[in-house]
Design a protein around this ligand. Structure first.
Ligand code: NI
Length: 178
């Protein structure tokens, strides 16, 4: 199975709105499996389909250290959020090397479908609650840096664009040597 390329902020495709999944077939299962493999390899604890340029409401999460607690959420909805908030130092595979505090509800209840199209509900707290909300934001075209001040966001954008240019240059150089 190939690892899927992950879009990097500020790629405008990260701001597309994902559509609900309507077909629960073998292709969907394969996509979820490829996303999980890509997430583990990165390594990361969550990945939204948006990040691999597939604009469907599908996210994979595994916050365990054993990598044995893969959770797949399709067409997820938050049906309850606590008034209590928590600030968590977030990072994102689409914003490599950047971590910053984001305030979100400390606990959430989510309703979603599994890969078979079967509905389930889950109440989450701690890192899992953060992760669900972070990945669901991706499906709405929102990246966590949008919670930060415009000044910080611009700094991050400039830094990542510079890195992207350097990556491209290195890639071109290695191609011309061959
Ligand atoms: Ni992310």
């Amino acid at each position: 199975m190939p690892l899927l390329p992950i879009l990097r902020y500020p790629d405008p495709r990260l701001h597309k709105i994902a559509k609900p999944v309507t077909i629960f077939d073998a292709r969907l299962k394969q996509l979820a499996a490829d996303m999980a493999e890509t997430m583990y390899a990165a390594p990361g604890v969550g990945l939204a389909a948006t990040q691999i340029d597939v604009h469907q409401q599908l996210i994979v999460i595994d916050t365990s250290e054993s990598h044995k607690e893969l959770r797949i959420f399709i067409n997820p909805e938050i049906i309850w959020a606590s008034e209590e908030k928590q600030v968590y130092e977030e990072g994102c595979l689409s914003v490599p090397g950047i971590y910053d505090g984001v305030e979100r509800p400390a606990r959430v209840k989510v309703r979603a479908l599994d890969v078979e199209g079967k509905p389930f509900e889950l109440e989450a707290d701690g890192l899992l609650a953060v992760c669900i909300q972070h990945e669901m934001d991706h499906l709405k075209g929102k990246v966590f840096v949008e919670y930060l001040s415009p000044l910080k966001r611009n700094r991050i954008k400039t830094k990542l664009q510079k890195e992207e240019r350097e990556l491209m240059r290195d890639r071109q150089r290695s191609t011309s040597v061959r």
